[in-house]
Design a protein around this ligand. Structure first.
Ligand SMILES: Cc1cc2nc3c(=O)[nH]c(=O)nc-3n(C[C@H](O)[C@H](O)[C@H](O)COP(=O)(O)OP(=O)(O)OC[C@H]3O[C@@H](n4cnc5c(N)ncnc54)[C@H](O)[C@@H]3O)c2cc1C
Length: 394
């Protein structure tokens, strides 16, 4: 077998660093090229469901992450005005028992810092200020070109460079991601600044054309919010910019007092345009493969984008440990694509549910979910089992 020795990864996001760690632990030499001049992540939360926490545990990070995490007691969907529960599914110990791994809420910067530290201890070389541009394949190696003119040679190149991936562009040609007609406001608020009590839940407040998610991060010291609003167009050139907090408060002004009280305490927020891509025709070519948002960006309405990147990373590292590079990349895509495509579709479908699309009909769908939770909980459970019960480490 053509033994993989040198791996180059484009992008030091959560997907790229998880892949780097898994590969370095398997004895590979790993170089990660990151365009940013400093390592870090945005000030926002991340839900890490059991399917992803299983991977992080297999990589030896459970102790460090558990200390930084918050474990929500329920996953809930509530009415934007009345606060009525349409769904209240147990998480916490119940989820840990069912899926044999914890459900964590983490600050993104905490997860990123733990991954970066573990990578450095495992001997991964992380090169900052190193934007990647393109690559060339030779018979038994791949040569990566950086924007500064330098080149790096490896046995395999992994494009973990996010939704606007240069590696994807080189592999499949230029194509902008599709704006999904929604923007997301994200922020974190210290608990001490809050005048309203927020429940220890992963809570979606669902309302016409909008929804808002709340959950605790930083071991319960801060509350993270994600507010999503439908917008016909996104005029800004940037896909992330500082938001006007008064606009955000105005957009949710007639919502439940827990929502308005929370937004009253918010001091700042960033806005993201929400983009996605249709299923790609392929994720790999000979010695080059894609991972995470580079190949399957999705709406965040299942909180699974980073979780899928983490699962990808583990499967890819395992395949590269067992097969020659082209076979490993082919197997990796065959294993991962059906699952990530299904979760992309499930995430998109949740937009209609959370935003009560169809007016009265939209509300009726939430009521039907409420009824199903009471009389046939297995229907709801089977959807969650498909996502959270998956174990790429087994
Ligand atoms: C509002 C919102 C909420 C979300 N909530 C959740 C959640 O709760 N749970 C969850 O699992 N997912 C969530 N997601 C999705 C998640 O954030 C992404 O799916 C995840 O970050 C993808 O990780 P990645 O490593 O593939 O890409 P990225 O995080 O985008 O990382 C890509 C890295 O590559 C670098 N890079 C880019 N271009 C280049 C280049 N040319 N050269 C070198 N480096 C480059 C970037 O600087 C970055 O460091 C959410 C997303 C949004 C928008």
């Amino acid at each position: 077998m053509d033994q993989v020795k040198q791996v180059i990864i484009a992008g030091a996001g959560i997907g790229g660093l998880t892949a780097a760690l898994a590969l370095a632990q398997g004895g590979r030499q790993v170089v990660v090229c990151e365009q940013a001049t400093q390592l870090g992540e945005v000030g926002a939360g991340l839900q890490i469901s059991p399917n992803a926490s299983k991977v992080l545990r297999a990589l030896g990070l459970q102790g460090r992450l558990q200390a930084l995490a918050f474990e929500p007691q329920y996953a809930s969907i509530r009415d934007y005005r009345s606060g009525e529960y349409y769904l209240r599914a147990p998480l916490g110990k119940a989820a840990e028992f069912r899926y044999r791994a914890p459900y964590w809420h983490l600050h993104r910067a905490d997860l990123h810092a733990v991954l970066a530290e573990a990578c450095q201890s495992a001997g991964v070389s992380i090169r900052l200020n190193s934007p990647v541009m393109s690559y060339q394949q030779e018979a038994d190696k791949v040569v990566l070109q950086l924007a500064n003119g330098e080149t790096l040679t490896g046995d395999v190149l992994i494009g973990a460079d996010g939704i606007r991936s240069k590696i994807r562009e080189h592999l499949l040609g230029p194509e902008q991601p599709t704006f999904m007609g929604q923007v997301a406001w994200r922020g974190v608020i210290p608990v001490d600044d809050l005048a309203v009590a927020i429940k220890p839940e992963a809570c979606v407040w669902a309302g016409p054309g909008k929804h808002l998610v709340t959950y605790y991060v930083s071991g319960g010291k801060q509350v993270n919010f994600v507010a999503v609003e439908e917008k016909a167009v996104w005029r800004s050139e940037s896909w992330r910019e500082e938001g006007d907090i008064s606009h955000l408060r105005h957009a949710f002004a007639d919502w439940h007092p827990q929502v308005t009280g929370l937004l009253d305490a918010a001091k700042s927020s960033f806005i993201w345009s929400l983009n996605a891509r249709a299923e790609l025709s392929k994720w790999h070519d000979n010695r080059v493969g894609l991972l995470g948002d580079a190949c399957h960006p999705m709406l965040p309405f299942m909180a699974q984008g980073a979780a899928m990147a983490i699962e990808d990373a583990y499967v890819l590292a395992k395949q590269l440990g067992e097969h020659d590079v082209p076979t490993a990349l082919m197997n990796y895509e065959a294993i991962r694509k059906p699952r990530t495509t299904k979760i992309q579709q499930m995430s998109a479908a949740n937009a209609g549910l959370y935003h009560m699309h169809g007016g009265v009909l939209g509300k009726a769908k939430l009521k039907a979910m409420q009824l199903a939770t009471a009389v046939a909980p297995k229907i709801i459970q089977s959807k969650l089992d498909f996502v959270y019960g998956h174990d790429v480490t087994s």
